[in-house]
Design a protein around this ligand. Structure first.
Ligand SMILES: Nc1ncnc2c1ncn2[C@@H]1O[C@H](COP(=O)(O)OP(=O)(O)OP(=O)(O)O)[C@@H](O)[C@H]1O
Ligand SMILES: [Mg+2]
Length: 281
């Protein structure tokens, strides 16, 4: 179980995330959604200990992550940041191999297990043929897949991904989302992903957390959480929510910007399943 308790995250004086409580269900896919600048990446970085809390704590299996040794934590939790930059000239294989560092003992040689993990990560992200190319010559989508491969080579039980489908064409978006589903289903990995496409969130996540201005507006199963009122409140859009014809999950079709938000807030408060501000499910 990964949870945040009274978590406050800030860069300067102003808190981006203030006194936030939430829990991430283990063994599920959680999608984090919300408008630009609402604090999604900040929260993800806080959950992965890349950002030290100003107050509160992040607990992994009941243990404060700041008390877990770095190498130990890196074996349990891997993160794909939003805009990662690889050192110049580094090849894809070298990049992916960095995911193995937490697994190597002091002065221990690169092992066959490390090699196998790198090859597996390259294979499932379909990056084998590009393994020896420098990362900087790749297209945006290829580069994104190389970084996903690095995250997978780390072989952690919890994987956090900040917009994993950015830069990917439609087929590669589906491929990555199916890959994450497969890792969740077959290897019981816990996935936490930030996505902007709400239909990706409703189709591919079991649990959805909607953020606005650093606060949790709603969390729960997509079917309970995603309503026109929520889309109005969180994104300021007028939208229809229809059952997906294949699966029945909510399908969002935004058709305009919201004119007034007060009514939506009232509707939201009356919506079953959606959680009020700052309350975890
Ligand atoms: N390194 C930083 N230093 C100072 N302020 C920052 C830093 N990173 C983010 N911020 C600020 O924190 C706020 C939240 O940013 P964050 O990146 O968490 O948003 P986000 O929800 O991920 O947005 P997006 O959807 O655009 O990626 C923004 O106002 C941003 O300007
Ligand atoms: Mg972001």
């Amino acid at each position: 179980m990964l949870r945040a308790e009274h978590l406050t995250l800030a860069y300067d004086t102003e808190a981006i995330i203030a006194q936030l409580n939430l829990h991430i269900p283990i063994g599920q896919i959680t999608a984090l959604v919300g408008p630009n600048g609402c604090g999604k990446s900040t929260l993800l970085r806080g959950l992965a200990r890349l950002l030290k809390p100003r107050a509160g704590t992040v607990l992994l299996d009941g243990k404060a992550i700041h008390s877990i040794p770095t190498r130990e934590l890196a074996k349990q939790l891997g993160i794909l940041p939003q805009a990662p930059v690889a050192p110049e000239g580094l090849t894809v294989r070298e990049l992916v191999a960095q995911g193995r560092y937490p697994h190597q003992a002091w002065l221990q040689q690169w092992s066959a297990i490390d090699e196998a993990a790198v090859n597996k990560a390259l294979a499932i992200t379909k990056m084998e043929s590009m393994a020896d190319l420098p990362v900087d010559v790749l297209s945006g989508g290829q580069r994104q897949r190389a970084w996903i491969a690095l995250t997978l080579a780390q072989e952690t039980t919890i994987i956090l991904l900040d917009e994993p489908t950015t830069f990917l064409d439609l087929a590669h978006q589906i491929e990555v989302l199916h890959l994450l589903e497969q890792l969740n289903r077959e290897e019981k990995r816990t996935i936490i992903m930030i996505v902007h496409d709400l239909n990706h969130a409703t189709r591919h996540a079991h649990h959805l957390i909607a953020l606005r201005a650093g606060q949790v507006v709603a969390s729960g199963a997509p079917l309970d959480v995603v309503t026109p009122a929520l889309l109005h409140q969180v994104f300021g859009v007028e939208a229809d929510v229809l059952p997906d014809p294949r699966t029945g999950v909510p399908l969002c079709i935004a058709y305009g910007l919201a004119k007034e938000s007060a009514r939506a807030d009232q509707e939201l408060a009356a919506t079953n399943g959606a959680q009020p501000l700052g309350v975890e499910s």
